[in-house]
Every structure is written in structure tokens, then in C-alpha cells.
Design a protein around this ligand. Structure first.
Ligand code: 7TS
Length: 425
């Protein structure tokens, strides 16, 4: 088995944009950057945790700091105007990329986690009460699970979880049982970072809207990897992180329907988010600035714009197709071993990641052996502890793919897994 088709992307050209992929590893980890003991070629398969950053994006950050670094929306000097324009255009670019109406619907945050908290605090604390319920799924990331769980405790709202079935898919019959006229909010992960399941979020949105509730879609693992249109899904809120899509750390996006963001009170107070302040009271700035208090994520926002340009040059359809081929190949290769358990749906129906365990080997030992081979995967619960409890394992190893990964790298992974099997046999 395995993929015979040519890659949908020119992987060699893509790899040339990421100098970090040339790195060797294996040496002294207290010395950041390639050092003396680093002799093993890196195989980076931890893209669901964070992706690498192409030269074009590093260049956009360097260009900002070298030529027009300035605070935004407060100076009439030229550099400030240039920075403000670039920062505003970054919002426009994000809006266009995910199908929002315009920059009013695009709030820059620190990451997906902050976007979840923004809505939970600004909307949830004010709108929820003991008569309401919030519907999550058993495959939510802690970013949403812990956030809504705690808001539930503060407001008395009942937080309930849609079951994941044995194939790692959402039990939509159970969803139809749980969602009722008291459902004020649902939070559904678009693509599971552990199971690789692609959830029917548009169907879920219809279900919630039929009961006059709202839906927050966690797009941290979808937007970097496939074409996404928030209006086609009919998400009320939607969030993702720049660092998982060739952008820098320190920037996330909250999309919200304009009328909802208009109605919400700010989450953070301070400069930048106000229009008028007296000793007695304050008026808020227009969207989206009302939700971006203080000096915002200027360099990161400008770099996210560059990351989106980079991905769209490749074509999100091609990005998706490339990862699907790799995921299917990895799935097929790993299922060949009887003692390897893979979580989530079959290889031809999953996103570009594979979480697994080898019988009798703890995921941490497994990933440590993979690391000896230069193969970087994540081991642990991937911030889905309750889901791992349900799977009956404390942890798993997870290989996750992106635009620069190759079939040969998956062969390296499989060889390293086989090594671990034999070592612990
Ligand atoms: N939602 C999902 C589905 C995620 O996968 C992650 C990060 C988050 C939310 C939170 O994103 P952040 O940028 O705010 O941290 N997931 C992972 C992961 O799987 N390994 O490291 C981070």
C-alpha cells in the first residue's frame, strides 16, 4: 500500500522556504540552535502543536522591525501610519481568508485559547444562568473544555458533552438529544487534534440554530489545513491560531458575527479600545478595536498576513490534498503492526494527524525513542485528558503533518516505531 500519486505540492520548493528543516538534532538541548552534538537529520512531525515559519514570514517580521516599527492608532507620524495601515490590512486579509464580512468581525488575540476565553467572559458570564446549558463534545481541547466548564461553575449553566463513538466520530443522535431550547451555546472542535476527525460543524450549527442557540467552532486544527468559510458553516464564533499555520506565536483570531460582537461588552479595558474617557465613564471604540485593549499584536498580525499569502499561494486545496495523502500513508503503514493502536477514523477519512500507542510501551518512552531517530512527535494527552480517559490510555504519541512533510519522513517514523516495538518486545 501507500501513496503512489505525485505530491499535490512541490515539496522540494516548499522545503527550501523552511531552513529549520535542514537542522540536525541529537545534541545538547541546553544550547538552542544547531550545536556540536547535533548529527541526526530532523524529521518534524509535530505540526499540530506548532508549524514552522517560512522565510517569507520571517522576512515580513524583520521588515516590520527594520523599516516601520511603530505603535498603531496613536501617532500621526509616518511610521505609525504605515504600521496602522499594515495592521488594519492584516485584519482585512484574515476576513477574506475565512469568509468573514470584513475586519469588524476579526479580533486579534494571543491564540485560540484567548479567543475562547474572550467569548466565555465577555458573552458567557453575562448571558448564561442556571436555566441554560452549554453543549460541548468529548473531543474538545482543554482550551474550550476547561473554559466553558469553569464558566458553567460560575453561572450555574449545565455543561454537557456529546459522545464520541468507537470510530472516533461525533454521535450526532446524541447531539440531537442534548441540544434543546435551553442550549445557549455549543462549542465544537472543527478538527480533533487527537483523533483527526473532521466534524460536521455546519450540521451542528443548523441543529443549534434550530433551538436559537449560538455555536463557537474551534478551528485551530482546520484553518491551517483546509479551505474554511465561516459563513458557509454559519458559525457565530470561530477561532484559530497563527502559529499552527506558518505564522508566528502570539497571535490568534476570534471571528464573531458583527451583531454579536456589537452587543458584547469588552473583555479587557485600557488604551486602544476606547473612543472617549472621562473620570466618570468611557465609550468603546468601533469593532474590532473594542476587543483589542492596549498595544496590540502588531508584528504578529502583519506576519499572519504574510503567512496567509504564503498558504494561499500554495492553494488550500493542495495543502489539504497533500496532508490527506500523507495521513493515509501513515495510517496504512502503522496499521500493518498488530500491536499498534491508532485512534480515530480510518485513513481515508481523517485530517493530517495520527495518534497511536504501541502495546506495552508508554507514549513517552516511544517518543523518546523516536527522538533518538530525529523524529519529533508529541507524546502526552494533547490537552484532551478526558478523551484519553475515555480511550482508556493515559497518553498517546501523535504524528502530525504539514506542507513540507514527505513520504520518506513517514518511512523514518515507521522505522523508528518498529525499533521501539522490538526494543520493548
Ligand atoms: N483547539 C485545538 C483543537 C487545538 O489543537 C489547540 C492547540 C488549541 C485549541 C489551543 O491553541 P493555542 O494556540 O491557544 O494553544 N493544540 C495543541 C496540540 O495539539 N499540541 O499543542 C497544542
Amino acid at each position: 500500500m501507500g501513496i503512489q500519486e505525485p505530491y499535490p505540492l512541490d515539496v522540494e520548493a516548499v522545503r527550501a522556504d523552511f531552513p529549520i528543516l535542514e537542522r540536525k538534532v541529537g545534541g545538547d538541548v541546553t544550547v538552542p540552535g544547531e550545536g556540536e552534538g547535533d548529527t541526526t537529520p530532523l524529521v518534524y512531525l509535530d505540526n499540530a502543536a506548532t508549524s514552522h515559519t517560512p522565510e517569507q514570514v520571517v522576512g515580513a517580521i524583520a521588515d516590520y522591525y527594520r523599516s516601520y516599527n511603530s505603535n498603531v492608532h496613536r501617532g500621526i507620524h509616518q511610521l505609525s501610519q504605515e504600521a496602522s495601515t499594515a495592521y488594519e490590512h492584516a485584519h482585512d486579509r484574515v476576513a477574506e481568508f475565512v469568509g468573514a464580512e470584513g475586519r469588524e468581525e476579526v479580533v486579534f488575540t494571543k491564540n485560540t485559547t484567548e479567543a475562547e476565553n474572550l467569548v466565555a467572559y465577555a458573552w458567557g458570564l453575562n448571558e448564561l444562568g442556571p436555566e441554560d446549558n452549554v453543549v460541548l463534545t468529548e473531543m474538545e481541547h482543554h482550551a474550550s473544555l476547561v473554559t466553558w466548564q469553569q464558566i458553567g461553575k460560575k453561572t450555574g449553566a449545565d455543561v454537557r458533552f456529546v459522545r464520541v463513538d468507537d470510530d472516533g466520530r461525533l454521535d450526532m443522535d446524541h447531539a440531537r438529544e442534548l441540544v434543546d431550547d435551553d442550549t445557549a451555546m455549543a462549542n465544537v472542535v472543527h478538527v480533533s487534534n487527537t483523533l483527526g476527525t473532521v466534524n460536521p460543524v455546519a450540521e451542528f450549527a443548523d441543529l443549534v440554530h434550530d433551538h436559537d442557540g449560538l455555536i463557537f467552532v474551534d478551528g485551530a486544527q482546520s484553518v491551517p489545513h483546509m479551505p474554511v468559510d465561516v459563513q458557509a458553516i454559519d458559525a457565530d464564533f470561530f477561532a484559530f491560531s497563527g502559529h499552527k499555520m506558518c505564522g508566528p506565536t502570539g497571535i490568534g483570531v476570534l471571528y464573531g458575527k458583527q451583531h454579536l460582537l456589537e452587543e458584547m461588552q469588552p473583555y479587557l479595558y485600557g488604551g486602544e479600545m476606547i473612543r472617549k474617557v472621562t473620570f466618570e465613564d468611557s465609550e468603546w471604540e468601533d469593532l474590532p478595536w473594542k476587543f483589542e485593549a492596549g498595544t496590540p499584536v502588531i508584528a504578529q498580525g502583519i506576519a499572519l498576513h504574510a503567512a496567509i499569502d504564503y498558504l494561499e499561494d500554495l492553494g488550500m486545496e493542495n495543502v489539504h490534498a497533500h496532508e490527506q495523502l500523507l495521513a493515509e500513508y501513515a495510517y496504512d503503514e502503522l496499521t500493518a503492526y498488530d500491536d499498534v493502536d491508532i485512534y480515530g477514523p480510518p485513513g481515508d477519512d481523517r485530517a493530517g494527524l495520527v495518534a497511536f500507542n504501541v502495546d506495552g510501551v508508554h507514549a513517552h518512552d516511544l517518543s523518546s525513542i523516536l527522538n533518538d531517530h530525529g523524529v519529533a512527535v508529541r507524546a502526552g494527552d494533547h490537552c484532551t485528558q478526558p478523551l484519553h480517559d475515555k480511550l482508556g490510555v493515559p497518553a498517546s504519541a501523535r504524528a502530525s503533518f504539514y506542507i513540507y512533510n514527505t513520504r520518506e519522513e513517514i518511512d523514518e517514523l515507521v522505522e523508528a516505531v518498529d525499533d521501539a516495538r522490538q526494543l520493548f518486545a
